[in-house]
Design a protein around this ligand. Sequence first.
Ligand code: TRP
Length: 406
Amino acid sequence: MADIVSSEEEIKEVQEQLVTPWEVEAKDGGKIDYNKLIKEFGCQKVEPEMVARVEKLTGKPAHPFLRRGVFFAHREFDKILDAFEKGDKFYLYTGRGPSSESLHFGHLVPFMFTKYLQDAFKVPLVIQLTDDEKFLWKNIKLEETRRLARENAKDIIACGFDINRTFIFSDFDYVGGEFYRNMVRIAKCVTLNQVKSIFGFVNEDHIGKVMFPPVQAAPSFPTSFPQIFGDEKKSKKIRCLIPCAIDQDPYFRMTRDVAPRIGFQKPALIESLFFPALQGESGKMSASNPNSAIYVTDTPKQIKLKVNKYAFSGGRDTAEEQRQFGANIEVDVSIKYLSFFENDDEELERIKQEYKTGKLLTGEVKKLLIDVLTKMVEGHRQARAAVTEEMVDAFMAVRPLPGMFD
Ligand code: TRP
């Protein structure tokens, strides 16, 4: 179990700054230490040479999320690039736990990046909606999680995925057949002790939680999708790349450990930072506080109000002081958000420089951010309005994906 955190010492370290799929907490309310997280989890850093290699192989500029270190960690992404270079096939797998009616910008980050990867590498994609996970973990009725899954599918489709290369599925509807056979193979390789140490489960937890990890692991194996990849002989060699936020790493540590024991390749991962809450960078956004995030359904008025009122500022208290001393852009949330969503590198650099040196005031930077977010929300609103029930059915239909590698 080389990949899995298991020694007591390591567990203690992880507990100082807690990152599990359900909880993200920095030490003493400070910032998440991502370098430490990489070390503890045992992933690799995405280095600039890797980004350059992606650009070379795809013939396209790298996504800003890759250039700017938002997707900062990986496991065997280099092997995916090797495979692609040789003409070997791979597919993408990502997912969403449907726990809320609408998505916020933090939720959109992995999907925006996955869309870029799908376009750049021209590969098939499976998207898992873990309605079962949210039923098990949250206080939501089962039927409600199914409804939310469908609603969330519309927001995901609005990100622009190619219907000829994308399969979206709800666990409640899709689990069975080859997918279930893989789940059971996986489950047989993982002990109760291991899931307790990987996920922090305790004896009082219900067994639904213990049962779930194989559900999220199974899409990492191509034979879980025979309608897409064909029978076992044809599909087993196809590699899987999982773009996700780094809190999902425990699931895939488990999956990678099991994979060779049941005759599969380990899935590769490319993992992102957490998207900070408006109030600052101590963790990820909380669904229970609507003022901690900008939602894709927020009106321009709400966006303006939230940014102006809540976005943590690294600027000085008065305009005079700001002009004289400049802002601390390391802690400034508007700058953080602009680093995610201002696509123009030069413009971003200009804003940072001028804010740092006091030429720009907090209010002016916030205004720039409000403009960027308002445009994005408006674009998303239009794209989502164009998603019909028939389109959702089409993306979610169990079917081959014609031209998936063209
Ligand atoms: N557990 C994830 C969540 O709660 C959903 C998910 C399922 C996922 N499979 C995934 C996320 C693969 C990233 C990659 O949101």
